[in-house]
Design a protein around this ligand. Structure first.
Ligand SMILES: Nc1nc2c(c(=O)[nH]1)N[C@H]1C(S)=C(S)[C@@H](COP(=O)(O)OP(=O)(O)OC[C@H]3O[C@@H](n4cnc5c(=O)[nH]c(N)nc54)[C@H](O)[C@@H]3O)O[C@H]1N2
Ligand SMILES: Nc1nc2c(c(=O)[nH]1)N[C@H]1C(S)=C(S)[C@@H](COP(=O)(O)OP(=O)(O)OC[C@H]3O[C@@H](n4cnc5c(=O)[nH]c(N)nc54)[C@H](O)[C@@H]3O)O[C@H]1N2
Ligand code: SF4
Ligand SMILES: [Mo]
Length: 645
């Protein structure tokens, strides 16, 4: 990055480089993350996601019920008074810190340091929830909650499995730079999704199981590979543990029942299994669609078993890629913005490095997750600091969330623009945006890159890093938050996050570098980051009880952050032509979709890339249904009698 006008696109975790182009548009610059130097349509508008007149330009505090502009000093005083009185009355665990996947590593580091030095581990970021079960599986069984490999190694893959994701639309530059060339060079692309999407267009095989049954599909594949003896024995013997138990867990596995429950046919599964058996290298790219609630079998766990069985972790062209969404989701986790891990993914018991640096011990009992914290706003939780999140818009009922926000004694929001959340705040602090500040961010294949201020923030707005430092000085101590600039924060975090050790802030200025800086950027080439260096197989097979119902299973996709200002292109609901015909529904007809609790009106879009029994709508259309009641819906024409005439 020799051009002082060049920075990292703040809009997604691909991490493309850009600089100002013609008439307020951004221009792509070739870099490791976007070798062709092109931006997606979203990135081109990176400079005007927030109109100037919507930006927050100075701090404000609530006076007589309304937010009133004030000086930074007065706003900070109000933060200190509010938080100190909460801690005095209810203890530090009645505070919540929600950050900051839009913010830099340095900002996330300061946010969690502030929480922990005040005495609580109640610090989390909501974006982490998009990939919660995948990252938990990776962390527990391999050692790191992160993509295991390099995207540019995908050209070595023989088979690429994309599960529950649509990278062709959602991470378009990564898809076009790394997945498409691999497929063009001969890799087989298997797309696992009950609904066809833009990614399916490039796929050789579209496996469309019933929603929420991916674990069964992965188990069917493992079962077939075990039966065919297509096991990488050397890898299993030298690198893993628990294989016998894993093998034994298939003794009671009933492939016919699994096929019936998941709705995939024998030939397609056999075809995919044969390709996996023949492949030397298999990589999996996973998205939000295989995320599992605690109530359903774990798809990421079953996928990992399949990859371990075939020796597909720890070599170029193999492994698990977590298709992260927001610009610094990975970094927020790496530097400790999570309730159960210290910086560097360290367990809470491993506090020495942090304590030596901070001159104080962090608390040792885990904090609550973002979801739990939000649910306790106004009861256990009395004060909150929200940095670059907008919880007032959420999957939950929005009125419910707003009541929770209002029930707090003190709500401090740091944001670049007014939002539904700032409306409920007692103090609003005006932040600089992603293209107006300095620091580092970490992309979806662990590339740590420098961002730089290529624009001035409006009026009095300040970078989050400075705001958090200033608040830390006042609430904790000058000494513990005495940083002169961003690079001083990076220096400290690189001492406590082992993966970020060994490359200084200035050296990251060129193309950035994947962590671990001092190690191999293909993770686990020699050993896993587990106590015995081995990866554990899962030892229990998924059990799935098919639900008997007459309705369609509604699936949503395309969730957007409000911040991007994207809308669904229309209020359509896609369904299989046979399901439409059965209900006497024609294309473009107006339909009512209902789950017994709520109903919506939309336009029918028959589409044979969906599996039968499934309906699909953009999240903004489906949310009123999914927010309450079940995903099983009835679909009928709004004008049935008329048409029958
Ligand atoms: N109903 C519903 N709920 C959803 C989703 C949905 O589509 N619909 N999507 C889900 C998904 S995938 C996700 S990731 C989450 C996202 O949920 P959130 O993390 O809450 O994200 P946003 O709603 O985008 O809010 C981000 C806020 O950060 C601010 N911001 C941007 N850049 C900066 C910065 O540099 N500094 C500061 N301080 N603030 C900044 C923006 O102005 C915006 O107010 O929501 C989830 N929940
Ligand atoms: N343009 C744009 N890009 C974005 C964002 C944005 O707001 N705008 N947001 C970013 C964020 S925060 C995120 S988290 C990512 C999300 O990126 P993705 O995870 O790719 O999100 P979706 O496009 O919703 O794709 C989810 C897919 O899962 C499928 N699915 C649903 N249920 C199941 C199931 O049970 N099994 C399987 N196998 N599939 C299922 C759906 O049909 C859908 O195709 O996108 C990021 N990229
Ligand atoms: S792919 Fe992501 S990082 Fe790249 S230009 Fe588009 S939004 Fe920005
Ligand atoms: Mo997300």
């Amino acid at each position: 990055m020799s051009d002082p006008e060049e920075t990292v696109c703040p809009l997604c975790a691909v991490g493309c480089h850009l600089s100002p182009g013609q008439s307020a548009r951004a221009r792509g610059v070739a870099s490791g993350a976007n070798p062709a130097g092109r931006l997606c349509s979203k990135g081109v508008g990176a400079f005007d996601v927030v109109d100037d007149d919507e930006r927050l330009t100075r701090p404000s505090i609530r006076r007589d019920g309304s937010l009133t502009p004030t000086t930074w000093e007065t706003a900070y005083e109000r933060v200190v008074e509010g938080f100190e009185s909460v801690v005095d009355a209810h203890g530090a665990d009645s505070l919540a810190f929600l950050g900051a996947p839009y913010c830099t590593n340095e900002e996330n580091y300061l946010l969690q340091k502030l929480a922990r030095l005040l005495g609580t581990n109640n610090v989390d970021n909501r974006a982490r929830l998009c990939h919660a079960s995948t990252t938990r599986t990776l962390s527990e069984r391999l050692g790191r909650p992160a993509t295991t490999n390099r995207l540019d190694g995908l050209t070595d893959a023989d088979v690429i499995v994309v599960a529950g994701a649509n990278p062709a639309r959602r991470q378009p530059v990564a898809f076009n730079s790394f997945v498409r060339p691999a497929v063009d060079a001969g890799a087989t692309l298997v797309h696992l999704d009950p609904v066809g999407n833009r990614t399916t267009r490039l796929a050789d095989v579209h496996l469309a199981p019933r929603p929420e049954t991916d674990a069964l599909v992965f188990d069917l594949l493992s079962h077939r590979l075990l039966a065919a003896g297509a096991v990488d024995r050397q890898f299993v013997d030298e690198r893993t543990r628990g294989f016998e138990m894993f093998e034994r867990s298939f003794e009671t596995f009933d492939p016919d029942a699994a096929r019936t429950a998941s709705g995939v046919d024998r030939e397609t599964v056999a075809g995919v299994a044969d390709r996996l058996a023949a492949a030397d290298r298999v990589a999996a790219l996973v998205g939000t669609g295989i995320e599992t609630g605690s109530e359903r079998p774990s798809a990421p766990a079953a996928l990992l078993d399949l990859l371990l069985l075939t020796g597909n972790v720890g070599r170029p062209g193999t492994g698990v890629f977590v298709l992260r969404g927001l610009v610094n989701e990975q970094g927020a986790t790496d530097v400790g913005c999570v309730p159960d891990r210290l910086p560097g993914h360290r367990p809470l018991s491993d506090a020495d490095a942090v304590a030596a640096e901070w001159g104080a011990d962090p608390p040792n009992s885990p904090g609550q997750t973002a979801t739990e914290l939000l649910a306790s706003f106004g009861t256990e939780i009395r004060g909150a600091l929200v940095v670059g999140e907008n919880p007032a818009i959420s999957k939950r009922d929005t009125d419910w969330v707003r009541r929770r926000l209002d029930a707090l004694d003190t709500l401090v929001v740091v944001d670049i623009a007014a939002s539904q959340t700032t409306q409920h705040a007692d103090v609003v602090l005006a932040a600089a945006s992603g293209v107006e500040k300095a620091g580092t961010v970490t992309n979806l294949d662990r590339r740590v890159q420098r961002v730089r201020p290529i624009r001035a923030p409006p009026a009095e707005a300040r970078p989050d890093c400075r705001i958090l430092r200033d608040v830390g000085r006042r609430l904790v101590s000058d000494e513990q938050f005495g940083y002169s600039d961003v690079s001083a924060v990076f220096d400290e975090l690189s001492r406590v996050v082992p993966a970020y050790r060994g490359v200084d802030f200035d050296s990251l200025a060129e193309g950035g570098q994947r962590w671990p800086f001092e190690g191999d950027d293909v993770l686990y080439r020699e050993a896993f980051d587990t106590p015995d260096g081995r990866a554990a197989f899962g030892t229990a097979r998924a059990v799935f009880e098919p639900r008997e119902h007459e309705g369609l299973h509604l699936v949503a996709g395309g969730r957007t952050s409000e911040f991007y200002g994207e809308e669904a292109t229309g209020r359509t609901v896609r369904l299989h032509p046979a399901d439409a015909a059965e209900r006497g529904i024609e294309a473009a007809e107006s339909i009512v979709v209902s789950n017994g609790e709520a109903s919506i009106v939309a336009t029918a879009a028959p589409d044979d890339t969906l599996r039968r029994g499934t309906a699909y709508a953009h999240a903004s259309v489906a949310d009123p249904l999914l927010r309450c009641g079940s995903a099983v819906v009835t679909v009928e024409s709004t004008t049935p009698t008329q048409r029958l005439k």
